[in-house]
Write a protein that binds this ligand. Structure first.
Ligand code: TMP
Length: 235
């Protein structure tokens, strides 16, 4: 898809009217557990805020009060079958987009989300074996077709990422090595199929180096969307 914000429109999903095209800039961060997404979201958020942009930093699951309840249920509640799990992620996302993401984009904000629908396609579609196409359709229906302008994939060997985690593993972190290897390959395949939207970065690099590459990729998009010309890419 185009990265010119003026050219972005939502896709039509199986005849369901799409939501309004956003005025702001929507960026998602994806990847396995422990790859450093939260660090990168925070670094980019501080950088953009220092340039005077309105920045909304959020995450899935759990970007809203309802989402926090769903997050606890999905990650720490009773065992769920894969379809229930997929639907709960989709419900979290539908509410997140309708109540927080779309209003922020309509104001012209930059929205940075730690995970979005590509996580469902990779984790539930491929990891859980529900089928990437079906889970993508479900996810697009939930958000009326809203896709990020840019999706940053932080790619890392899952053994390294999971090894960085501290605390008791949640249901997804405990899903096993094969699950996490399949999920990583699903992210990489999805990114390769749509290089216009995705930026794939080696997450074993120092965090500041990764952050500089993210800023460089976003600079033209932010300028086009009305950001200060001083964004200038890698700082
Ligand atoms: P987090 O720890 O990165 O916040 O994500 C919570 C877990 O939920 C993580 O293991 C990935 C997983 N997840 C899915 O399986 N599907 C989804 O749609 C999302 C958003 C996250």
């Amino acid at each position: 898809m185009s990265t010119d914000p003026a050219a972005i429109t939502d896709v039509q999903v199986d005849g369901v009217p799409a939501g309004p095209a956003p005025a702001g800039v929507f960026v998602s961060f994806e990847g396995g557990d422990g790859v450093g997404k939260s660090t990168q979201v925070a670094l980019l958020g501080h950088h953009l805020a220092s340039l005077g942009r309105e920045v909304v930093v959020t995450r899935e699951p759990g970007g809203t009060p309802l989402g926090l309840e769903l997050r606890r249920a999905i990650l720490h509640g009773e065992d769920l079958d894969p379809r229930t799990e997929a639907l709960l992620y989709a419900a979290d996302r539908a509410h997140h987009v309708a109540s927080l993401v779309r209003p922020a984009l309509a104001r012209g904000a930059v929205v940075l989300t730690d995970r979005y629908l590509d996580s469902s396609v990779a984790y539930q579609g491929t990891g859980r074996g529900l089928g990437a196409d079906e889970v993508e359709r479900l996810s697009l229906w939930a958000v009326q077709g809203l896709l990020p302008h840019v999706t940053v994939l932080l790619d890392l060997d899952p053994a390294v990422g999971l090894g960085r985690l501290t605390g008791d593993p949640d249901r997804l972190e405990s899903a096993g090595d094969d699950f996490h290897r399949r999920t990583r390959q699903a992210f990489l395949a999805r990114a390769a199929a749509d290089p216009g939207r995705w930026l794939v970065l080696d997450a074993s690099q120092p965090a500041e180096d990764v952050a500089a590459q993210v800023r460089a990729r976003l600079a033209p998009l932010l300028v086009a969307a009305g950001a200060a010309a001083s964004v200038g890419g890698a700082a």
